[in-house]
Design a binder for this molecule. Structure first.
Ligand code: COS
Length: 390
């Protein structure tokens, strides 16, 4: 099964995006990865994505990337296409970008040279370590501490729900450097996985298996050169990193929704029922119509968010519009995809809940996208705040 490419004719995209999609779709369809062990599969995907050059879209050209800057529309196309074929491939791709995004945005030339080319080749696995047991949506409440010690810093605390935890070669970690200052007292650090005092052995099992772990920092000492961006500038850096990748989460949800819709259409066309095909019933046609409109609504919001990030007003002027558009895309695409996948599963009847069928897999895969990188409720908050500030 392969996705339609008609949406690439929309004016959000240019020739380079169309070329990217044309090259990626057959590649993704041809990959055969054994995904029974999610950690091994994730390593395998990172290696393949790196060797084929797709991870080069996760970093800028100056550090081995494909394009001068991170291009949101390219990221959306990549994630949409990968998620259509394998949500785990999408995960492996996305984490290379999210995990190294703060280095792209704020790293020193030495940090960028040490990490980004290896990320682009798939030789270093990246992770973004922001969430904590008591600080998920409320990022400013995080309590992992980074205290100056000697020439560097000492980290103590824990992080959880960390994608690629235990698998990553390095983590972009956000910690409190001024505990009383809330959002203005957080600093980012790049911490190598082998650093003494960092324990990433507590893996978390989830309904759609992918590498996830809790990290514990105990007297974990990092050099001054591990600081990422400005002292106490970590909250904004985290938000800016999330802003780039939120539109791409919407892209991933879109890929999963498109796959579910294609599965539903294919099933309806061949399934005999009451002397005709499932597709011949008006009830089925109405459902497919609703699903298609949900997919297209999500697509338009997603492509707009990516286009705004790539070509909309730059700098301080534009960030609130960009953030709100990315939030709208992430919210609508993940929520709509959940509905579309549920409808596709219902149309499959018993086959929909049989372990291993594509819709059963998608049903589990989509759920966490409504939570991670800012839950739907956080996106609503961002959109609402932006309206009130106008
Ligand atoms: N880009 C740049 N700056 C931003 C920003 C963005 N996208 N979002 C917020 N800021 C700035 C604000 O302008 C404000 O700056 P000043 O202190 O100079 O005024 C500062 O950051 C604090 O912003 P705000 O008051 O909005 O912060 P809140 O603590 O109210 O938090 C939410 C806002 C809830 C939106 C934020 O915490 C969030 O996105 N949470 C979800 C986090 C998430 O995605 N977690 C998942 C982790 S990854 S799987």
């Amino acid at each position: 099964m392969s996705p339609s490419t008609r949406h690439l004719d929309l004016p959000f995209f240019d020739a380079a995006h169309r070329e990217l999609a044309q090259g990626l779709a057959p590649w993704a369809a041809a990959q055969q990865v054994d995904e029974r062990d999610d950690r091994a599969a994730c390593r395998d995907w990172v290696r393949r994505l790196g060797q084929a050059g797709w991870l080069r879209y996760c970093v800028p050209a100056a550090h081995g990337g494909a394009l001068a800057q991170l291009d949101s529309r390219a990221l959306v196309i990549l994630r949409e296409t990968l998620a259509y074929h394998s949500p785990l491939a999408d995960f492996a791709f996305a984490m290379q970008g999210l995990g190294s995004g703060a280095i792209t945005l704020a790293g020193t030339p030495a940090q960028q040279a040490a990490y980004l080319p290896a990320v682009a080749r798939g030789e270093k696995i990246a992770a973004f370590a922001l969430s904590e047991p008591q600080a998920g949506s409320d990022v400013a409440a995080l309590s992992t501490r980074a205290q100056p010690e000697g020439e560097g810093f000492r980290l103590d605390g824990s992080k959880t729900w960390i994608s690629n935890g235990g698998l990553a070669d390095f983590y972009c970690v956000f910690a409190k450097t001024e505990p009383e200052a809330g959002a203005r007292g957080i600093t980012a650090f790049v911490v190598d996985a082998a650093t003494p005092g960092l324990d990433s052995s507590e893996h978390i099992a989830v309904m759609a298996p992918h590498p996830l772990a809790t990290l514990r920092f105990e007297a974990c000492r990092v050099p001054a050169g591990a600081r990422l961006g400005a002292l106490n500038g970590g909250f904004k850096l985290a938000m800016q990193t999330l802003d780039i990748f939120r539109a791409s989460v919407a892209g991933a949800a879109l890929g999963m929704a498109r796959r579910a819709l294609d599965e539903a259409v294919a099933h309806a066309q061949q399934r005999p029922m009451f002397g005709q095909r499932l597709a011949d019933f008006q009830l089925t046609q109405a459902k497919l119509g609703e699903m298609a409109a949900l997919v297209d609504a999500a697509a338009l919001l997603t492509y707009r968010a990516a286009w705004l990030r790539d070509l909309g007003p730059a700098g301080a002027e534009g960030w609130k519009d960009r953030s709100a558009a990315a939030a709208m895309a992430k919210m609508a695409a993940t929520e709509n995809a959940q509905r579309v996948i549920d409808m596709a599963l219902q149309m499959h009847g018993g086959l929909g809940v049989k372990v291993g069928t594509p819709v059963e897999h998608l049903y589990r895969d989509i759920r966490s996208l409504r939570i991670y990188e800012g839950a739907t409720e956080v996106q609503q908050l961002i959109i609402g705040k932006s309206l009130l500030q106008e």
